[in-house]
Design a protein around this ligand. Structure first.
Ligand code: ATP
Ligand code: MG
Length: 592
């Protein structure tokens, strides 16, 4: 089966908003509880106006002291219940949003790191950072905004029912005038929605810009690009602020519209009620209570206007979050994947066709048999696909056609962890962490003895250097391993690969910054001590792989020449030319 190395994106055949609602399902109980508490806490607000009706009609107008006391005691009880509910709601809200945050962040990080390399090429670090900060917004959204919105809808229905019960005519007037409350057009909402999407993107740009600038600070200083950086950042910032202002204008307009229309409707109902009182068909108490309820509806609707805006902003965050957690990694363990006991025999590329994008293949029907248990060299001009070959062996990418077999197993049927724990790689770019030398080398290993550590340091010829450091192996190397020279960075990265005792060691220009004398020493130790069973070395310095047991020479035109150095010198013109060009280069540099 041919698998695509592109991650599958979520299906998008129903409206995004509902798609994001689906996401709240796991939290439904919590949300329902919060809605219940929200409603209880609104009980006093709901019952309040009714008490005024009783006070006026039963106690004040009849001058009835017993009724006065009864209503007061009952009112106090309702007030107490609603206060306790408010307090409980706030505590549960805070707890819920923290818990949801932990859940989401865990899910997000787990998922993010499971995605294919190809995903990270199209989504920058800055962007992913921003998405993580969005988790705050989302947990707040689930724990606070959604229950509040649903509770508001409930309150609205309840208030309406009560007013219907109080006086059907005033309620009917409200129904007739209710379109006024929603007159602000759907267009505004649509506009706001797209503006929020733009705002989100612009915020990503800002975060990306700053992150990129800071991580390339050396280049920025060395080329005096500070001003350019600042300008670029400020330009994005201004664009961002412009968008915020635009959103502000639209949403102010929106709430103003709601405001005006709801006041207008309120005024008309009030006048109508007044007319009914004068006519003698409505009691003063009922009128007061009904108008208080209708006033609350106005407040609720105004609240909706602003809440809706938050809502849209937050659904954008939720959708972008979903984009990540619903992207399924293209490369993952199949259900019947097996643990391979050890890497034996050879690595076979069987008619492999692969390109980072399908329309630009790096390999077409590549057939290779790389022996394991040997010291194998890979050479060839820049861009011929040497690194790609290693990426495929590590299954960081998947071929579009053909198969790769390791020890007879199709790589797609091998459990990824079991493969990757037997293989270690050191690359030209050392990619070290801001930790101590020891921690960098032992990274991810549950145990590493000092002896093992020093042995590895000896192999990479870094033992002496580390001893000169004030804190030895415990010295922190700083961000981007700032305190180390490039050659030492590579040595530490190489040590990190060696201490894992891999069965197969992949070296991709891993010693390119190390002087050739030390490089030779390192290779000698690696080979002589047979610390690692199999090694595949990519190097531009042909000298360093000339004595490999087997060399694969990628010609750059899709052909692969194979043999020992001597054999290749005899049979391959391309190899001979490549080697001689290198000889001349060296001789040339000697003459200078
Ligand atoms: N992540 C990527 N996305 C798209 N194309 C890529 C990617 N990595 C490499 N390529 C392309 O694939 C081809 C092979 O690249 P690869 O890195 O394997 O070459 P290489 O032999 O290792 O070269 P070098 O000696 O310069 O390291 C090149 O044409 C390169 O432009
Ligand atoms: Mg390369």
């Amino acid at each position: 089966m041919i698998q695509s190395n592109k991650a599958a994106l979520p299906k998008n055949n129903y409206p995004k908003f509902f798609q994001s609602l689906r996401f709240f399902l796991p939290y439904r109980r919590r949300i329902i509880l919060l809605i219940g508490l929200e409603i209880l806490s609104a009980a006093f607000l709901l019952a309040g106006p009714y008490f005024s009706k009783f006070y006026i009609d039963k106690a004040f107008l009849n001058k009835n002291m017993a009724a006065f006391l009864k209503i007061t005691i009952f009112g106090a009880a309702v007030f107490l219940v609603s206060s306790v509910a408010t307090l409980t709601r706030d505590i549960i809200k805070k707890k819920s949003s923290s818990r949801i945050k932990i859940n989401l962040a865990g899910k997000f990080i787990k998922h993010l790191f499971s995605l294919d390399l190809s995903f990270f090429q199209s989504h920058s670090i800055g962007e992913n950072f921003y998405r993580i900060s969005d988790i705050d917004t989302i947990s707040h959204f689930i724990a606070e905004d959604i229950p509040a919105l649903v509770a508001d809808l409930f309150k609205l229905t309840a208030i309406f029912s009560i007013s219907l019960f109080l006086d059907y005519r005033l309620a009917a007037a409200m129904v007739i005038l209710s379109p006024f409350f929603f007159l602000q057009s759907f267009k505004i909402r649509k506009k706001l929605r797209s503006l929020y999407e733009e705002l989100w993107k612009s915020q990503i740009k800002l975060s990306k810009r700053l992150q990129e600038g800071l991580s390339r600070i050396l280049v920025i200083k060395a080329f005096s690009l500070e001003r350019l950086q600042r300008y670029a950042y400020m330009r994005f910032l201004i664009e961002n602020i412009r968008l915020s202002l635009k959103i502000f204008r639209w949403s102010t307009f929106k709430s103003l519209a709601t405001n005006i229309f709801s006041r207008l409707a309120y005024g008309m109902i009030a006048l109508y009620g007044g007319w009914l009182i004068i006519k003698g068909s409505l009691s003063l108490g009922t009128y007061t209570a009904a108008m208080l309820y209708i006033g609350q509806i106005g407040i609720l609707l105004e609240g909706f206007a602003s809440r809706f805006e938050y809502f849209m902003q937050k659904t954008v965050a939720v959708e972008k979050f979903l984009e990540i957690v619903e992207t399924t990694p293209g490369i993952k363990d199949s259900v019947d994947a097996v643990v391979i006991p050890s890497l034996s025999r050879d690595i076979v590329f069987d008619s492999v066709t692969f390109g980072y994008s399908a329309d630009r293949p790096v390999f077409r029907n590549l057939n290779l048999r790389i022996p394991l248990g040997k010291w194998v060299g890979i050479a060839g001009p820049s861009g011929c696909g040497k690194t790609t070959l290693l990426n495929l062996i590590l299954r960081l990418y998947e071929p579009q056609a053909g198969r790769i077999l390791i020890g007879g197993y199709d790589i797609r049927n091998i459990k990824m962890d079991s493969l990757r724990e037997k293989v270690a790689i050191a690359t030209q770019e050392p990619l070290l962490f801001d930790l101590s030398i020891r921690e960098n080398i032992a990274y991810g290993l549950s145990f590493l003895s000092d002896e093992g550590l020093y042995q590895a340091l000896e192999v990479v010829r870094a033992g002496g250097f580390v001893k000169t450091l004030a804190q030895g192996i415990h010295t922190n190397i700083g961000e981007n391993a700032a305190i180390l020279s490039q050659g030492y960075k590579q040595r530490i990265a190489l040590a990190r690969a060696i201490v894992r005792n891999p069965e197969l060691l992949l070296l991709d220009e891993a010693t390119s910054s190390i002087d050739s004398q030390s490089e030779e020493g390192i290779f000698r130790s690696l080979r002589r001590e047979r610390a690692v069973k199999s090694t595949i070395v990519i190097s531009h310095r042909l000298f360093s792989i000339a004595d490999a047991d087997r060399i694969f020479f990628l010609t750059g035109t899709g052909r692969v020449e194979e043999g020992t150095h001597r054999e290749l010198m005899e049979k391959s013109n391309e190899y001979r030319e490549f080697f001689q060009a290198q000889l001349q280069e060296q001789a040339g540099s000697l003459r200078v």
